[in-house]
Design a protein around this ligand. Structure first.
Ligand code: NAD
Ligand code: TYD
Length: 345
């Protein structure tokens, strides 16, 4: 297994939840590698997630759209690695309006692939995909898991747009011999997650004395992985993954939404009365569950920070202790931070 060393990695979507955690990991664990973060700063992009890196010579922020071909040519000119995670990421928003998902996740991915192909250094291209591309598993067959060979059967517009990017990456490798690798990860939790996703939404609602809206019967199952484990997996695949391969990433940590909600309530000293059952999400996938044996067997990665309930409890604590962060996110005030740091561009 050969290990690659990088000089300059471009991260897309680095101002989002996973991106910010990944940029921080790179600066901490690979201080010799220059990092350029390209992010459009949509509603979920927040430079406050990267506070403290402003004076860091090895880090550069570029505000931009991965769908802007000229800008991507410029940004990727001397990159030897690209970690592509810029995306519209929330299923409920994709149900309300799928267009931005197709624009960023499908067209944006192809634009970035084309720029990488034109780039003189022929950077390795890692696509951060999701287990949602596989569709849904039944609740009554717990032995069934998604493997890398499971057919792609996305069910939501979000999942379909991610699957679109996923197969475009496959095609770029097959047709042009590009050095591409793909990760497909389960649900993440941890610091800096936009409070529309279930864990930060529920925790921040409870802090504010509001109920938590549980969809349907609460029996849908997700496999929860701490974001820092995901980021370590991305770095592992970037440095050691085989070109053209897909690696599943999961926490082996399946919970029903009701179990998750009870754990959050317990961590916050709140009772069952705070649950409000609300109508189900349209097309709500029943169960996601990942078989992550390949990445363990071939690359030696396994989760170390996702153990339940400790990892959930420390995440809950992070939101309790960072009320200023999520209150600014919820009120929209975080957007002014960018203008203060970088001016109107
Ligand atoms: P997020 O919404 O917190 O962050 C997305 C970031 O992408 C934001 O900073 C946003 O400004 C940026 N962005 C969006 N469109 C852009 C564009 N056209 N050009 C440049 N930047 C753009 O999402 P996240 O949860 O951090 O997810 C990051 C990636 O990981 C996504 O690709 C998502 O599909 C994937 N993923 C997420 C999870 C999860 O549980 N959150 C699990 C598996 C995979
Ligand atoms: P979410 O965090 O949106 O992630 P994903 O849809 O990508 O898995 O939702 C996680 C689970 O929580 C999903 O089964 C839907 C459920 N959910 C609720 O019950 N209530 C909510 O308000 C939200 C946002 C999600």
């Amino acid at each position: 297994m050969s290990e690659r060393a990088f000089e300059h990695i471009v991260v897309t979507g680095g101002a989002g939840f996973i991106g910010a955690n990944f940029v921080r990991l790179l600066r901490r664990e690979r201080p010799g590698v220059r990092v350029t973060n390209v992010d459009l700063l949509t509603y979920s992009g927040n430079l406050e997630n990267l506070a403290g890196l402003e004076g860091d010579d090895g880090y550069r922020f570029v505000k931009g759209d991965v769908g802007d071909a000229a800008l991507m040519d410029e940004v990727l000119r001397d990159a030897d690695g690209v970690v592509h995670m810029a995306a519209e990421s929330h299923v409920d928003r994709s149900i309300m309006d799928s267009r931005p998902f197709i624009v960023s996740n499908v067209l944006g991915t192809q634009t970035l692939l084309d720029a990488a192909r034109r780039s003189p250094r022929k950077p390795r291209f890692l696509y951060v995909s999701t287990d949602e591309v596989y569709g849904s598993l039944p609740l009554d067959k717990p032995e069934e898991l998604f493997t890398e060979e499971t057919p792609l059967q996305p069910n939501s517009p979000y999942a379909a747009s991610k699957a679109g990017g996923d197969v475009l990456v496959r095609a770029a490798h097959h047709t042009f011999g590009m050095d591409c690798v793909t990760t497909r990860c389960s649900n993440n939790f941890g610091a800096y997650q936009f409070p529309e996703k279930v864990i930060p939404l529920f925790v921040t609602n409870l802090i504010e004395g509001k109920k938590v809206p549980l969809y349907g019967d609460g029996k849908n199952v997700r496999d929860w992985l701490h974001v820092e484990d995901h980021c370590e997996a991305i770095l592992t695949v970037l440095e050691r993954g085989a070109a053209g391969e897909v690696y599943n990433v999961g926490g082996n940590n399946e919970r029903t939404n009701l179990e998750l909600t009870h754990s959050i309530l317990a961590a916050m000293g709140k009772g069952e009365a705070m649950i409000e059952y609300v109508p189900d999400r349209l097309g709500h996938d029943r169960r996601y569950a990942i078989d992550a044996r390949k990445i363990k067997r071939e690359l030696g990665w396994e989760p170390t920070r996702s153990a339940w309930p400790g990892a959930l409890e420390s995440t809950v604590r992070w939101y309790v202790e960072h009320a200023e962060w999520w209150q600014r996110v919820r009120s929209g005030a975080y957007r002014a931070y960018y203008e203060k740091q970088y001016g109107e561009r």
